[in-house]
Write a protein that binds this ligand. Structure first.
Ligand SMILES: [Zn+2]
Length: 618
């Protein structure tokens, strides 16, 4: 970058800065970003017009992406691409040459398009390829209804560039319109204003009028239908799932209201959830206006809906106020876990909230232990420059981030904490925040004015967990531990004690089995509670983990574990079970299952398990 260009950019940006933004965390210029080739300080995309055809037969998307630009005197614009077939490019509708940079395993290739001072628009004609990492093409057998194929995208962290050429950094924000053509019998939905019925000709038009980060552009195509839950919330799902989804998520409006009462108005108009086929790699993905969710969250008793509270909370922390780079990921997730648990407390009380918090606290303990040889990975602010940002997506960002905010709340008091968070979301709405910007904002708006000292920097920049941590207590869990102990002593269990247990209590019970638990104990518990055939996915998962760990083979549990791993692609579940196999020295068994299950996994899950099991894909 030429020096005068930068200076010019800063003057322009400073000039454009609205007065009411002067207290915002972000400075106007884009920060150094290890996971994107783009040079947004020189020229940056502002709006996308996407025009694509979804071809299920060839399993490709082809079409064009047209961007409106803001050019600060640059002679080229640089975008990110990975595994895309770039066909041709235009500047203001006139053909221009393009240049693809060398391929990098993490980042893909830069795409350089020449522009001049007055270029308003560029267009890229392109096709996706079989190597795309964002798209998962499912055949009919891999869906719930088993009648039609299905496609969904997963953009976070840096996969959007594998289905749209784009400046793929979270600090870029764009609005978009899209025209998407799909087979007539299918319906398309996006992270945008969505249809509620199928179109006659398979053509759908979308509009996202709020500016979002590229990782939040999302598309799903399948034989799906819509059912409202309230005037501004609802569910999309395949036919066999739609009623179950609507019943499970019946509290969505209450969640949105509780969230608004905490931290201000919901800024995205509509909050819908689409229940995807079971191979979806995450619990949920907070695509704006349309959360993508795993069907494993449907337990029949609303017991796993904290996941919906979590994705909803991202409408503030993540989608409205966004981490500037993936090194600042804890700003997205730590705040979201804090907000999620506050929503759960507002709806279901403190005891339920504390149970969720305590399970996260235990996950954090395990994660810190797991990183004992890599303590730098237990810092909130990470340095992922030579790594895949996916490596930072673990319990540290979520649960250490939460613990930091909970400890801060206990130090300053809830009233001040809530006022601070509300103003943080409002002041920084539709912009991005770095960790350093957050610390400045925290000092200026909460700590200094109230004369409070807090070891913020230790929490953020040091490995491990500081001494001054909030201690999370759950009476319900103490009761669970006593029930388990009395079973181990007496070899029998009083089932009246467990009849009203929530999922969280069962999970705590099972995860607390001591090393010395015997196969007879496990058989007796399985006979009493039929854990092996649990329909609640979280309970099943932790039971299978124990079964693998303790070499328990009763009740045909091995068959259930194999079926579960083949059907479900949720990375957290799958990696927990494969890790259990590995730790129990049963990798050979794991690999036999993995050969069968891998074709059903999205690339983000497959990449994690490949590395875990040392599996070489062709
Ligand atoms: Zn999240």
């Amino acid at each position: 970058m030429k020096k005068h260009t930068l200076l010019y950019a800063l003057i322009i940006l400073a000039f454009n800065c609205k007065e009411n933004q002067k207290e915002a965390v972000t400075s106007s210029k884009y920060v150094e970003e290890p996971h994107s080739n783009a040079k947004p300080n020189e020229s940056v995309i502002k709006h996308l017009d996407l025009d694509i055809v979804v071809d299920f037969e060839r399993e490709i998307i082809n079409g064009s992406a047209t961007y409106t630009l803001e050019n600060n005197n640059a002679s080229e614009i640089v975008l990110d691409t990975k595994f895309l077939d770039i066909i041709s490019t235009e500047a203001d509708k006139k053909p221009v040459d393009f240049e693809l940079g060398p391929f990098n395993k993490q980042l893909g290739q830069s795409l350089k398009i020449p522009i001049s001072e007055d270029t308003k628009q560029i267009t890229i004609h392109y096709k996706t390829t079989a190597k795309t990492e964002a798209l998962q093409w499912l055949n009919a057998q891999q869906t719930a209804d088993k009648t039609h194929p299905f496609l969904f995208t997963q953009g976070q962290a840096i996969l959007t560039r594998t289905w749209i050429p784009i400046q793929d950094s979270p600090q870029i924000r764009i609005t978009y319109n899209a025209k998407v053509t799909v087979p007539k019998e299918l319906m398309a939905v996006m992270s945008a204003e969505n249809p509620k019925e199928k179109s006659k000709n398979g053509i759908y038009h979308f509009k996202m009028k709020q500016a979002i980060s590229p990782y939040l552009i999302a598309l799903a195509v399948g034989d799906i239908a819509y059912k409202p839950v309230s005037h501004r919330t609802g569910v999309y799902a395949e036919k066999s799932m739609i009623d179950k989804a609507q019943a499970e998520f019946i509290d969505m409006e209450k969640m949105v209201t509780a969230a608004e009462n905490l931290y201000g108005a919901y800024d995205w108009d509509q909050f819908d959830v689409i229940v995807l086929p079971p191979s979806f790699p995450f619990g949920g993905m907070e695509n704006p206006r349309l959360t993508f969710a795993t069907p494993t969250v449907i337990a029949g008793d609303k017991s796993l809906t904290s996941l919906i509270a979590h994705e909803l909370a991202h409408s503030w922390s993540g989608n409205l106020v966004t981490n500037a780079t993936w090194d600042d990921f804890w700003l997205n997730e730590g705040f979201t876990v804090y907000f999620e648990i506050r929503i759960m407390e507002a709806l279901y009380g403190k005891e339920r909230a504390n149970m969720i918090a305590l399970i996260g606290r235990q996950d954090l303990e395990e994660e810190v232990e797991g990183f004992k040889d890599e303590p730098n990975m237990t810092k909130l602010k990470l340095d992922l420059s030579a790594k895949n940002p996916d490596d930072g997506m673990n319990s540290i960002a979520y649960d250490k981030g939460y613990l930091f905010l909970r400890t801060l709340e206990e130090t300053v008091g809830r009233e001040k904490m809530d006022a601070f968070l509300k103003s943080y979301f409002k002041t920084n709405a539709f912009s991005t925040v770095t960790t350093e910007g957050f610390i400045d904002y925290l000092n200026a708006n909460l700590l200094t004015p109230n004369n409070i000292t807090f070891n913020t920097e230790e929490w953020i920049y040091n490995p491990g967990i500081p001494e001054n941590q909030s201690v999370i207590v759950s009476n319900a869990f103490t009761n669970v531990e006593q029930t388990l102990q009395s079973f181990l002593n007496l070899k029998s269990i009083d089932v009246t004690k467990t009849k009203d247990w929530t999922t969280q209590e069962w999970v705590h019970f099972i995860r607390n089995f001591p090393e010395t638990i015997t196969l007879d104990d496990l058989s007796r518990l399985d006979a009493a509670f039929n854990f092996t055939n649990a329909t609640n996915s979280h309970i099943a998962m932790v039971w299978y983990e124990q079964a693998i760990h303790h070499n328990y083979h009763g009740n045909n549990v091995d068959q259930n574990i194999e079926e579960f791993l083949i059907r479900v692609g949720r990375r957290w579940y799958v990696s927990t079970l494969f890790k259990a196999f590995k730790n129990a020295d049963r990798v050979d068994e794991a690999l036999i299952i993995y050969q069968k299950s891998r074709p059903n996994y999205h690339s983000v899950t497959a990449n994690t398990i490949d590395a875990l099991l040392g599996f070489e894909s062709k």
